[in-house]
Design a protein around this ligand. Structure first.
Ligand code: SF4
Length: 366
């Protein structure tokens, strides 16, 4: 099996915290659409005959692509082979017409950027929708027949309190969505939010408060019937994101569009430049990657999940011993659990898991 990822690089405006590649240049939409269709035709061989079981339109904001252009892409892709076909949307693009058309084009899963259900918090980070619009968008999507709806929330927003986070989370979960992605806000270099922080115009909230928000998130999501299956992802039983899960299990995927990443059936990774002009000119290029890079990738992606890292993938005893040696302090302190041939970071340590994972990475001298 394999997956296809399509990067639609357009956004109406840039959110203050975002460092993903996106552009408001909708005049490039036609060229990008044709480029994606051409790229699929030229590169589908990289899947070596494997059927794409999942297709994911991400971005950017795929929902701001004019519907005829979106259809041009879906018509060119083998959607008939896929069981999960996701489109990322923003609430302001959801209408009865757009939702019905997305369904008709074959999308059966929506991932919507809600981020908060407090208008002041949304405004502070440059989101264009209101809480009310986000909630009505969930109903419209349901009405159009989407039975698998995922929403994104962010905690740790400037000005956010524990109470406002609890309100956003609970109000959203009352909508009976099937999947939730909840991210702790990070101040990425080069973003507007980071510039505001450096200029003293906003204050980052305390780490202890972020930890309380995370604790409340885990507890509440569990109460509403969600499984916490990856650091930032929660799903009702049977609704884990199959596409994202395939990234964590090294399933090949073909990435199309500017800035998209791919991994073919031989494990070779490619990356397209995060620029429409350069992508149209040069396309995706093979990423220089060593065997050590790949092992470290597998360690990180495994440890981010509730299933943890399988020690079976380390057939080289020296490598396995090295990883276990590096994990031993964390195992002794409860930061990692070793069980049934797996290393698992327990849920209450996921918020500080970056530091744990760093200690397990190997170098050439292992
Ligand atoms: S809509 Fe999404 S991709 Fe676009 S700027 Fe905002 S966060 Fe980034």
């Amino acid at each position: 099996m394999a997956g296809i990822y399509v990067h639609i690089p357009f956004c109406h405006a840039k959110c203050a915290y975002c460092d993903f590649f996106s552009t408001p240049r909708m005049d490039l939409a036609e060229a990008v659409t044709d480029g994606i269709v051409g790229e699929f035709r030229a590169r589908q061989g990289e899947l070596q005959g494997r059927k794409a079981d999942t297709v994911y339109f991400g971005g950017g904001t795929p929902s701001c692509l004019p519907l005829p252009l979106l259809q041009r892409i879906t018509d060119a892709l083998p959607l008939e082979d896929a069981s999960e076909i996701t489109i990322e949307v923003n609430p302001e693009d959801v209408s009865t017409e757009s939702a019905a058309l997305w369904r008709r084009l074959g999308f059966n899963r929506v991932s919507m950027g809600v981020q908060s259900l407090v208008d002041d918090e949304l405004k502070a980070v440059g989101r264009r929708h209101s809480a009310r619009k986000a909630l009505s968008a969930v109903s419209v999507l349901r009405g159009a027949g989407f039975e698998n709806i995922s929403c994104d929330l962010i905690y740790g927003l400037p000005g956010q309190s524990l109470i406002s986070w609890e309100c956003s989370l609970r109000r959203l979960l009352e909508e009976n969505i099937e999947h939730l992605s909840a991210y702790s806000l990070s101040y990425e270099p080069g973003t507007r939010l980071t510039a505001m922080l450096s200029a003293g115009k906003i204050q980052a909230i305390e780490d202890d408060l972020v930890a309380d928000m995370y604790g409340y998130l885990c507890e509440t999501a569990r109460m509403y019937g969600f499984e916490h299956y990856e650091i930032s992802n929660f799903a009702k039983p049977g609704f884990r994101s199959r596409h994202n899960s395939s990234y964590w299990t090294n399933t090949p995927y073909l990435g199309l569009g500017p800035g998209a990443h791919s991994m073919d059936a031989t494990g070779t990774r490619r990356a397209a430049p995060p620029s429409v002009k350069k992508w149209l000119e040069f396309g995706a290029q093979i990423e220089p990657e060593t065997a050590i890079d790949r092992i470290n990738d597998t360690i990180i992606t495994g440890l981010r999940t509730s299933e943890g890292l399988s020690l079976d993938f380390m057939t080289d005893k020296r490598l396995r011993d090295c990883v276990l040696r590096q994990a031993s302090d964390h195992i002794a302190r409860g930061g990692i659990i070793e069980t049934h041939g797996r290393l698992i970071i327990p849920e209450h340590k996921w918020l500080v898991s970056d530091a744990i994972m760093r200690d397990l990475l190997i170098d050439d001298n292992y």
